[in-house]
Design a protein around this ligand. Structure first.
Ligand code: ADP
Ligand code: 5GP
Length: 206
């Protein structure tokens, strides 16, 4: 049965575990792709250019805006982040799934910019990942040890605001245990392929 792939918008406050949950998911389902965003923030230790992000300077990012290369872009925690069109539509057209790890404003912008696109409109689902509590979120963000105190406080401040948007999403997953959260995400993606709107043809033999 042929179907359009699913573009999964995965949002949640910084430090909730989006990358961790995705890495469990990709181990279980290596066929699922990841939309590599562009960012002007500096790479964290271990982050490889072109894998975690395309790391650009501000001028390079600006050139991509001018070239209309982005499906959406936004300023997040003082840096620019953007989703390239080429990372999403060709993938779902080929019947593959792709995860977009983007923030709440990015989710809103993608939904608006895809409203008139018959493929992307059907392809997109949105999932919000939340921590079991704000105390746990703070512990995870500090435990990761990748941000300065100033950046941690900014991310925690943004987290409270971002979490209020959870009802704008189709699904919510509490990231208590990361492997269990990844299993739930996998189940959501699996069932998204059964939506009538993503099928190219009748799923029975005529
Ligand atoms: P995000 O991508 O949402 O910013 P990360 O995946 O980098 O978050 O996770 C932030 C920190 O929390 C990391 O140190 C990670 O190992 C830890 N973490 C993620 N999920 C869990 C979990 N379910 N239980 C305990 N620690 C977790
Ligand atoms: P981090 O710097 O921790 O990797 O990401 C910070 C925030 O930026 C996260 O909420 C993440 O989801 C978001 N983000 C990453 N890529 C994009 C993108 O392409 N667009 C938007 N709007 N947000 C993004």
């Amino acid at each position: 049965m042929k179907h359009i792939g699913t573009a999964v918008i995965l949002s949640g406050p910084s430090g909730v575990g989006k990358s961790t949950v995705c890495s469990h998911l990709f181990k279980a389902r290596p066929g699922i792709g990841f939309s590599v965003s562009c960012t002007t923030r500096s790479p964290r230790p271990g982050e490889v250019d072109g894998v975690a992000y395309h790391f650009l300077n501000k001028d390079e990012f600006q050139s991509k805006i001018e070239a209309n290369a982005f499906l959406e872009w936004a300023e997040v925690h003082g840096n620019y982040y953007g989703t390239l069109k080429e990372e999403v539509k060709p993938i779902v057209m080929a019947g593959r799934d792709v995860i977009l790890d983007i923030d709440v404003q990015g989710c809103r912008l993608v939904k608006t910019s895809c409203e008139n696109d018959p493929v992307l409109r059907c392809s997109i689902i949105s999932v919000f990942l939340v921590p079991p509590s704000l105390e746990v979120l703070e512990r995870r963000l500090r435990g990761r040890g990748t941000e300065t105190e100033e950046a941690i406080l900014r991310r925690l401040g943004n987290a409270r605001r971002e979490m209020e948007a959870w009802r704008e999403y189709d699904y919510v997953i509490v990231n208590d245990e990361a492997e269990e959260a990844a299993r739930r995400l996998e189940a959501i993606i699996e069932s998204s392929h059964l939506r009538t709107t993503v099928m190219d043809e009748e799923p029975w033999i005529k």
